[in-house]
Design a protein around this ligand. Structure first.
Ligand code: NDP
Length: 437
């Protein structure tokens, strides 16, 4: 129990509790203010600020849209459709990494199929005049509002389930209600044997909504202006390339911190159900009403730079996973990989070995893959140019998130691998940016 608390206390207790409480209370209103500013205040923070200064709390309550029946209907149909695809589409059986208590979760890898079925269905509904995606844009505030409250209730359900009906031994309480609710209790919560809740919240609802909303914003701009500006095209294409890459590599994602280390609570589940559709999509949301014209040459340069960053980010993840999958018997940048054999002890007392790659991308810095991730986000935002700061909020947020994540991951790996991690740090001294940090 105490171990669960300690493992989450990589920062001091004051920082941990104050950041948890402020994120719990500030994220929901922020989502609404971001949407309001993008859609109704020209993307201008100053305009929203002046409005709030004039109208105070009452003004804020007035701009907070009530969740309408239409919003719930859209969310429910989308969620049910994605859940059905997750359950019923065929896919090969994939084993996740060994969990801290020695379990090995099993998944059905049908993410790419679900992604294509979703996009083809959505675009076909529009094409054949059955459902106009602009309805989603027109009800976006109500949808976010419904998601905020619905996902909070969902997190309470996860908290109760963690207490009364955990799906596996990878579950437990820290003894503190705030930590349990915020960080979650179960690592692999499931409904029945097969329906993995984190695959649903993180991948099939969250990441999928990013692609669906990118298409929605494009269609809305087309409806408003009779054409799609090249800035919107660059943003949408890069977003779709990124999300396609994600689903192409989804079974690799099941080996990452989000799934293998972070438990299902407010931080990861509310984040994926609400923060991804509202904040990750925000550069595109801004562009709907700001059809910037970049010109073909500049648009192409930005597009190519973005695709290159997405490719490098993918290649970093691929390299690590290929290295682990083949037990180090692979080529890394044309050579045999250099590695550290790190032993560690599981919570059940078993001794195990992991290989740490110390060449290729993983020899440049210990989290080099975050550099192209941040740059890719910059490239799908820069078509908005620099009239307003708010489209860049996601890039700034992502930078803070990933720098914090590098620290969390380093601390976790240090306590897992001890002297072997120290050896890795001596060999690869930089955390993220080679030569700088
Ligand atoms: P990683 O996939 O990098 O996973 C980190 C884990 O990899 C460590 O905990 C450790 O786990 C293992 N590891 C660390 N160093 C090595 C090494 N040298 N050799 C082999 N294994 C190693 O972490 P993330 O989950 O942060 O990133 C996954 C992807 O998701 C990245 O592309 C990232 O950019 C992206 N991402 C995107 C976010 C977004 O919001 N857009 C947010 C977070 C991530 P073990 O215990 O198995 O040793």
């Amino acid at each position: 129990m105490a171990a669960a608390t300690e493992s989450k206390m990589v920062h001091s207790a004051v920082v941990t509790y104050s950041s948890m409480l402020s994120l719990l209370s500030l994220c929901p209103p922020f989502v609404i203010l971001l949407w309001y500013t993008m859609v109704h205040a020209d993307g201008s923070v100053a305009q929203t600020w002046n409005f709030l200064k004039q109208h105070g709390l009452q003004g804020f309550i007035e701009i907070w849209p009530r969740p309408t029946a239409m919003a719930w209907k859209i969310i429910f149909i989308y969620g049910a459709f994605e859940a059905a695809l997750q359950l019923f589409l065929p896919g090969k059986r994939v084993e996740g990494p060994i969990s801290p208590t020695g379990n090995r979760p099993v998944y059905k890898a049908n993410g790419m199929a679900a992604y294509f079925v979703t996009l083809i269905t959505y675009i076909s509904l529009w094409w054949f005049g059955i459902f106009n995606p602009t309805v989603v844009y027109d009800h976006l505030g109500e949808i976010f509002s419904a998601l905020i409250f619905g996902s909070l209730i969902f997190c309470i359900f996860l908290y109760i389930k963690g207490h009364v009906a955990p799906s596996s031994t990878d579950s437990g309480s820290s003894g503190n209600i705030i930590i349990d609710f915020y960080w979650g209790m179960e690592l692999y919560p499931r409904i029945g044997k097969n329906f993995d809740i984190k695959v649903f919240t993180n991948c099939r609802f969250g990441l999928m909504s990013w692609a669906v909303l990118a298409v929605t914003f494009c269609i809305k701009q087309y409806e408003l202006n009779g054409k799609v500006a090249d800035s919107m095209l660059v943003n949408t294409i890069l977003t779709l390339v990124y999300v396609t890459k994600f689903f192409w590599w989804e079974d690799g994602y099941w080996n990452t911190m989000d799934i293998a280390h972070d438990r299902a609570g407010f931080y990861i589940c509310w984040g994926c159900l609400v923060w991804v559709p509202s904040v990750y999509t925000s550069p595109g949301m801004y562009l709907v009403n700001h059809p910037v014209n970049l010109g073909t040459q500049l648009a192409l340069y930005i597009l190519l730079a973005g695709i290159l960053c997405i490719y490098i980010n993918y290649d970093c993840d691929r390299q690590r996973q290929e290295f682990r999958r083949t037990n180090g018997k692979c080529r890394v940048w044309g050579k045999a990989p250099s590695k550290i054999e790190a032993t560690y002890t599981t919570t059940s007392g078993e001794t195990k070995t992991s290989l740490l790659l110390t060449s290729g991308w993983w020899g440049l810095s210990r989290h080099f893959h975050y550099v192209p991730e941040i740059l890719a986000a910059f490239f799908w935002t820069v078509p908005a140019l620099f009239n307003h700061f708010l489209p860049y909020f996601y890039v700034v947020f992502l930078t803070i998130l990933l720098f914090d994540r590098a620290k969390r991951d380093d601390d976790r790996c240090r306590s897992k691998y001890g002297k072997f991690w120290k050896l890795y740090c001596n060999k690869v001294p930089y955390k993220i940016i080679p030569g700088i940090y």
